[in-house]
Ligand binder design. Structure first.
Ligand code: ADP
Ligand code: MG
Length: 257
């Protein structure tokens, strides 16, 4: 399948995921359809247990759908074997997890380098781009340190650099601020906004936190495995919104979640 410039970066059609634990079946995601367009910053917000992480695994090709399909940058996961799906994931998707998931024995730099090495991108790591990302993420002085020597906020910023270094089609972030205090959360959210604004990075962030979601261009609300509503926050300057995200929860957002 060719990738047209106008086609969505991620397209999900009628996605359903049923977990079977013995005789009990849990429908974690139930008939979800969505599209994320190139350059968008979309947030999916919903309470705990609403199926957000399951949707994240489905969209990232980390688990197979029971029904429906996911198309990433024009490629339908269902048409790929396991090896091809892994390659697509490493090449086209940048993952950011709640618990950072950095390799503990490698330095910050080593974690970024290995992401590049396994991404399938040709050629050496672009050190100029890494320098630019390190500036953007304020981790320049921390690159030689191992994760255990970094604060949670620093670890997440390194994880974002690791996700961005391959210039993925989309960054998928699952509760990226879930393990951070307010100050570090705000910093990470601002950096996600800047990577969207300044690098044009298409981003899908999943969160239970309406304040965090308010930095996005578009918010999808999830409940009981379904997308129940959609909102485009009126914010001329998302970076400013990120900066003040800790101060107020818009009442419209608070009421909707
Ligand atoms: P969220 O990320 O919004 O908290 P999850 O996607 O983690 O939601 O979970 C949605 C539902 O699916 C919950 O009821 C959860 O208990 C169930 N669930 C999640 N993972 C599994 C699994 N591996 N096996 C069985 N049930 C699961
Ligand atoms: Mg979750």
């Amino acid at each position: 399948m060719s990738t047209a410039a106008s086609s969505p970066i991620i397209l999900a059609e009628n996605l359903t995921k049923v977990y079977a634990a013995g005789k009990i079946q849990v429908t974690a995601v139930h008939g979800v359809s969505l599209a994320v367009e190139r350059g968008e910053f979309v947030a999916i917000v919903g309470p705990s247990g609403s199926g957000k992480s399951t949707l994240f695994y489905l969209l990232g090709g980390l688990t197979r759908a029971t029904e429906g399909r996911v198309v990433v940058d024009g490629v339908d996961f269902a048409t790929l074997d396991d090896g091809q799906r892994t390659r697509l994931r490493k090449h086209r998707i940048g993952f950011v997890f709640q618990k950072f998931n950095l390799l503990p024995t490698l330095s910050a730099m080593g974690n970024i380098e290995i992401a590049w090495a396994i991404s399938g991108n040709k050629g050496p790591l672009d050190l100029k781009y890494l320098d630019h990302l390190s500036d953007l993420l304020s981790i320049k002085s921390r690159l030689k340190h191992r994760p255990s020597e970094l604060s949670g906020g620093e670890q997440q910023r390194v994880a974002i650099a690791r996700a961005l270094i391959t210039r993925p089609a989309i960054v998928l972030a699952d509760e990226p601020t879930g393990n951070l205090d307010t100050k570090n959360s705000d910093a990470v959210l601002q950096m996600l906004v800047r990577s969207n604004r300044e690098l044009g990075q298409t981003t899908l962030m999943i969160t239970h936190n309406p304040e965090a979601a308010s930095i996005a261009n578009r918010i999808l609300y999830m409940r009981d495995g379904q997308i129940v509503s959609e909102e485009k926050p009126s914010q001329p300057d998302a970076a400013a919104a990120a900066a003040s995200a800790s101060l107020v929860v818009p009442s419209s957002v608070a009421a909707a979640v």
